[in-house]
Design a protein around this ligand. Sequence first.
Ligand code: NDP
Length: 328
Amino acid sequence: MGTFKALRIDRTESGQTVAPVAFDEADLMPGDTLVRVTHSTVNYKDGLAITGRSPVVRRFPMIPGVDFAGIVEETSHPGLKAGDAVVLNGWGTGETHLGAYAERSRVKGEWLVPLPPTFTAADAMAIGTAGYTAMLAVMALEKAGVTPEHGAAIVTGAAGGVGSVAVALLSRLGWRVMASTGRPEEEGFLRDLGAAEIVARDELSKPGRPLGKERWAAGVDAVGSHTLANVIAQTRSNGAVAACGLAQGADLPATVMPFILRGVSLLGIDSVMASRERRIAAWDRLARDLDKDKLKALTTTIGFDAIVPTAHTILDGKVRGRVVVEIG
Ligand code: NDP
């Protein structure tokens, strides 16, 4: 096809530049499968890459974008054929491998998951890495043996991408969901997704006691730092907390008290290098357990030209729910 539209990050002496370019297909990286990308999304990590605020990009030039949905154009992978609808989350795309904000992407076929028949490509990107991470977190809590009978579940960064999908999933699965947000104006949005109670961000984001009143049995944390420490400190005996993110900070100023006195478990969630089996299991669960109307309610759709401004908005903590990007 010659060239196609792509967003490209180049390194400069003073930092980096980001601009739309006509990208030459010959400059794509090696891979056994060429995909026509139709949809992508903007995750927090894409915000970090595009603004250069954290060293997410490990190779220049880079096409950012960690998620895409599209149609296989050419492949020599035995499990795929031209015309297959596929989804890709992570695996270093947009970081070490040329990513999703482009009309074409050449990747390893083993990175691709079949698009579940219940979802359109736009649905899959409304979920994206953030939503699939929320599902991995819920699955980790289930594996740890915590259930709605044990108490409530707290979700931090609740009005963001990981948070809003976690609220929708947990409430559908029978949990009493407590949603922590710094945006009181999003209370109605969060209650519509299934939150039973709103917790002000300030209650959790400041330094707290090593052990607090037991308020919830489970947690999905997108925020890190003091928030995660307080979530752990207020978890009931034998409860569990899934640590997904660092929107407040990458530090964890906690003590061992909740672990050794209450048997609380801290569960690490890594979506980027999760095995293909776990990905397929997570997408199967999303197809079953995510209410399509709620997914629609938490999604905004933008065009290619709005990717860069949205990258700034997401780092400012001002994106509500999830953003779908129409690529081509
Ligand atoms: P979003 O920006 O959509 O959500 C983050 C939310 O965190 C915001 O909406 C806001 O929620 C809250 N927040 C923002 N800044 C602060 C702050 N300073 N203090 C406390 N809360 C804050 O991002 P995503 O949902 O895409 O990602 C969330 C986190 O999860 C990121 O850190 C991201 O890197 C991480 N992540 C990790 C993955 C993994 O594999 N482990 C995969 C995907 C994401 P509110 O306004 O409701 O308070």
